[in-house]
Structures are given as structure tokens and as C-alpha cells.
Design a protein around this ligand. Sequence first.
Ligand SMILES: C[S@@+](CC[C@H](N)C(=O)[O-])C[C@H]1O[C@@H](n2cnc3c(N)ncnc32)[C@H](O)[C@@H]1O
Length: 243
Amino acid sequence: MSEEIRLLEAEQTAAFDEEYISKEMFVQITDTLDRHLNNPDEGRYLDVGGGNGLYADKLLSRYPNSSVTIVEPEPTLLEKNRPHDNKELREGIFQDVEDLSDLDLIQFNWVLHHFISSDYASTCNLQLNSLKQAYEMLAPGGLIIIFENFYEGLECSDKPGERIYHLTASKLLKPFTSKLGANTAGVGVAFHSELYWREQLMKAGFDQMFSTHCYDFGNLSPLKRKLLRIKEQRVGMLVGIKS
Ligand SMILES: C[S@@+](CC[C@H](N)C(=O)[O-])C[C@H]1O[C@@H](n2cnc3c(N)ncnc32)[C@H](O)[C@@H]1O
């Protein structure tokens, strides 16, 4: 992988020792796997940025004969994993995984917005190339499942995420953005609208896709929302199917 990839420090990822998939969201996932995979109980699954492994554990208890690989660059999160015979832990970044193919599911739970490179254009490229890589790694009929925070701009634009990227990626602004509460300050974070992600999935080769709305959120003050020109922030599940 030739692109520069910026990672957060261990202190910045400490807040990710959580599990964000609720019972309802897990039902949406298992309904999707049961409907679209021939044999989900024997599936080969990859959880990108799977951290502490709590999500992988859920998959393994629902599908006891499946196998789950977690690829995660932060060792302090990986070491929180409960061992399981069918769980493989890999310390590293997704972009360096070269030996996995014919997977039934690749899951990106709140991780794509952490694929950050040296500038905004390279960051968007890195995100797209990672989706293309996922497409290549899937078996025919395999699924990509993405959970993301969608940032919808006024006039349907994708601009709020770009503004947030420039503020958080700047090393000069780090003292200021850290004080404002951005735990990605000095590295960057790159959110997008749902439409943007759908377009990237299409460019990556996925010609069938669907999404489900999970919930709306609002972690920013009205002033920040106005300055960033945000219409709404919501969490959704986006699914792509490899034909
Ligand atoms: C917001 S956390 C989400 C953790 C977990 N997926 C969840 O939903 O609870 C993002 C995770 O992605 C990991 N990450 C960041 N860049 C990555 C990369 N290039 N490849 C794989 N994982 C990455 C981070 O270390 C972090 O654990």
C-alpha cells in the first residue's frame, strides 16, 4: 500500500473500547445475512477495525460455525479480545491485508471515516480504494456492511464532512480542535453523506445496494451545525452485494 495512512494514537482510540451495535441493529444484520448468504452459519467474515472484538463475539454466538477475522491496528484494543477458536486477530491495517479472498462478509463498523491520508483528495481516494479492495476480497454473492455516521449538508451537499476533515486534520489547529472536543484532532476524520458513500460503493463495483436508517444524532451545538452547514446527522446501515 503506497498511500500515506494516518492513524490515531492509543490515547485517542481508548474511547473506542465500546460496542455500538444495539440489539435492533444486530437483528438488521442477521436478517440481512440470513436472507442473502447461502449458509451464514459457516460464513467467513472479516470485521475491519473490529477493536475489542465484542461485535465479532456476537457474530460467533449467533453463527457458531462461522469464522471471524479482525484486522485492527491498535494493540491496546486487540488485547481486550476474548479468545475464541473461530476468531483470528490480526494487528495491522486493512489496506495491508493481501491474503484473504472469497469472504462472505466484510464489515466496516464506524471505521471508513478513520481512513485518513495526507490531504482531503488522497483521503477520499484511500476510502474508495479500500472499498475496491473489499470488493476484490469478497466471494461472488458476498456482502459489504457499513455502519456510518452520515453527515448531510444543506442543499444535499457532502461539504460538512470535508469542513470537519480540514479542521481536525490540521496539526496547527490541534490545540483548538482538541479543546472543542475532537478526539481525532491533529490526525483527521472524514465523514460523508449517505449519497456519497453509495456513489463510492458503485465505483467500487457493487451494483446492488440498500440501506436502513438506524437513528438520528446531534452531538454538535446549533452554532457548530450552522457554521458547518449541516442539515442532519444520522446513523445508517449500508449494504452492498457483489454480483
Ligand atoms: C470508531 S472505532 C470503531 C470500532 C468498532 N468497529 C466498533 O464499532 O465498536 C474505529 C476503529 O477502526 C480502527 N482503524 C483505524 N484505521 C484502520 C485501518 N486502516 N484498518 C483497520 N482498522 C482501522 C481504529 O483503530 C478503531 O479501532
